[in-house]
Design a protein around this ligand. Sequence first.
Ligand code: SIN
Length: 300
Amino acid sequence: MSTTTYTASDRPSTFRSPMRAQPLTCNIGAELFGVDLGEVSRDDALFAELKSLLLKYKVLFLRDQDMSQAQHVALAERFGPLEDHPRLGSDPEYPGLVRIYKDLDSAPEHFENAFHCDGTWRETPPMGAILRCVEAPPIGGDTIWVNMAAAYANLPQKVKDQIDGLRARHSIEATFGARLPIQDRHALKETYPDAEHPVVRTHPETGEKVLFVNSFTTHFVNYHTDENVRHGIDFAPGASNLLNHLISQASIPDYQVRWRWSENSVAIWDNRSTQHYAVQDYWPAVRKMERAGIIGDRPF
Ligand code: SIN
């Protein structure tokens, strides 16, 4: 594997920095070297360089970033305002810095374990996130990211034609809400009603088409038409088979990169074109992560 694909000559001519990107797979992810994220949070040119690498590789990884929570938040706010999460608590001093702390008090069944794109149950899901490892388990607890633009590009043309124009419902009620007592679940849904998104979205900055269904997606909302159903009663199996097939594309290793965490390592991802999966193999070891999620646009 080459050590650098992004060279000084690719960068805007107004600056030169020691930032170096080493791709980790052919389809997604690069590890960055020669970067201090605290500095990037204060420097326009370095931030522009980081952002262009993010659009290129979709997820960037860095090690040994001993940054403060204030620096973490400041870097994320360069991309845009942050948002809290209704079911995962934030740091009291830094609302928007979501604590994903898994320790002995967390029952193993509450660990995260599904491919997903963050917050697609919102009308405007996050554009991206910056995740820092506060405490890593001695072994396990990796995170996998998936390039969903590659997943779309590799679908057979017949499937692309079939899903063109389809829209789907995404639900926090059916996912984070499922374990709640019924009244709390309904209250959650009232605050965060299901969102509807295109099954194939267009990335607002790169123009790529992205397969945009994940484990928050419950069903298609406009599948039940004369082209797809005979008598109006056979829509459900056909639609769910197709939806499950599309959701399963994230499991294909060719589109994935897997990152081994250590304390102070950081991942920055574009949530518009990727999904991720936090591997749940380390309990009862402790894993503590802090995530700054950045508000995004309405998918189109
Ligand atoms: C997330 O799902 O945003 C967190 C992923 C992780 O904890 O590795």
